[in-house]
Structure formats: structure tokens, C-alpha cells
Ligand binder design. Sequence first.
Ligand SMILES: C[S@@+](CC[C@H](N)C(=O)[O-])C[C@H]1O[C@@H](n2cnc3c(N)ncnc32)[C@H](O)[C@@H]1O
Length: 235
Amino acid sequence: MKVRDSGMPDEALWDSFFDVELILQRLGIDASLVDVAELGCGYGTFTLPVAERISGTPHTYDIDEAMVARTKARVARAGLTDVVVECRDVVTQGFGLPPASQHGCLLFNILHHDDPVTLLRTAARCLQPGGRLFAIHWRHDPATPRGPSLSIRPRPQQIIAWAEESGALDLASDVLDLAPWHYGLVLARANRPCEGRSQVPISAGSAPTQATLTVDHLERSSSRTKRYSPAAQGM
Ligand SMILES: C[S@@+](CC[C@H](N)C(=O)[O-])C[C@H]1O[C@@H](n2cnc3c(N)ncnc32)[C@H](O)[C@@H]1O
């Protein structure tokens, strides 16, 4: 089942929306990660740079044959040999990877799915305890040049609430500013089963940095500056 509103514009236009190096650096995607799974490679915008940064194998899946073919072509042209690119419906079939086998999982521009908690649990299952789930999404801002309808576009605090509901993921970062158009979150796989609500309060994350977005910055609704905290979001 293809995630709603997940069609892609022209490749060059899509790639122009991201500062890929900044995004990967702020998320902390580096050689400390061994194997990494990705839901929805698209044009391979992130697949190749991730492959170059991590120390193991990226496994990336897309439901769209054309996207798989394009990513495979880019991988081959770059001379990368240790990248798994397959056509797969991850929503209905899962990743097909052994449970707890991955150090990282990418959910980039996909959490507007109509069952995000199940998607988060699917991702959590393939992660080893302490493994990191990296989520990025379009800011909830009508000025963004692309992205799913605002009515289904999650705000960061919504993703944090879904992660808590999944029972399997703890917040492991502040809300990260992935300028110009995106924000990011890092969630850590908790050492408990995926099903059921979490009894463990989510952490407010590490100290804010220059790369940390304030809630007001994200919403552009106020001139006040307010650091993210779960309590401030009424959670
Ligand atoms: C908005 S694009 C994002 C691509 C990439 N993650 C990025 O940020 O550049 C979403 C991608 O997810 C793929 N997709 C949608 N539903 C899927 C599913 N059920 N299983 C695997 N891939 C899916 C789409 O075909 C599309 O290529």
C-alpha cells in the first residue's frame, strides 16, 4: 500500500529541497552506524550519502519500481557495491530484515502515513536496542514549496507523541533544524517489546544547540522563543 501523498516531483527539483550534508551531520549519521534500513529510497537522494557515511550496509526499499531503478543506477554509477536496493511494500510486508538487526532506520518524508504508529513499530522492530530511528519531515508551514497537505503533515510534537504511543521508541534529540524546509528527530529503540503504550516518560533530549529548532520557529506563529519540552506541548 503506497503511503498517501508520497508521489515525487522531478528528480532535480526534489534534490534541490535538501542540504543533504547538513541533514546527515545534524542527525548524527556517521560511521558509528553499521547497518541501516531506509523506507522509501525515492531517487536515492539520501541513500548514497548515507552509504558513504556509515560503516556497514544500507538496505533501502521502495514500492515504486521506477524509484528502485533510479536508485540502483545512481548506486552503480557511484561505484558503490555494498548497497541493497529492493522493490518492497514496507507498509504491508515490513522490512524483511531480521528483528533487532539494524543500527539505524530512516523514515524520511514518510510519516504522514495514515497509520504512523504501526509504521514506527515496524521500523523499531528492525532496530537493535539503542538503535536510532531518524525521522525528517517537511515543516508545518504553508511557505514550503512542496510536501503533503498541511492537514496530514505531522508536526514534531505529533511524531514524538506517536513514538511514545508505539511503546518502543524514546526521544533522543531535540527538534533539529534541517533548513531550509525540514525538521528532524532522532528516536532510540527502547529495550522493550514494540506493542503497548510506553510506561517510560520520554526524555527532553540533549541540550539545545544552534541546530535546534524552537517550537515557535517551526510554527512561525509567534515571536516568543520557546525550547521544545514535552510538558510545553501538553503531552
Ligand atoms: C516522499 S518520497 C521520499 C523519498 C526519500 N525518503 C526522500 O526523502 O528523498 C516517499 C517514497 O516512499 C515510497 N513509498 C510509498 N509507500 C511505500 C511503501 N508502502 N513501501 C515502500 N516505499 C513506499 C514512494 O514510492 C516514494 O518514493
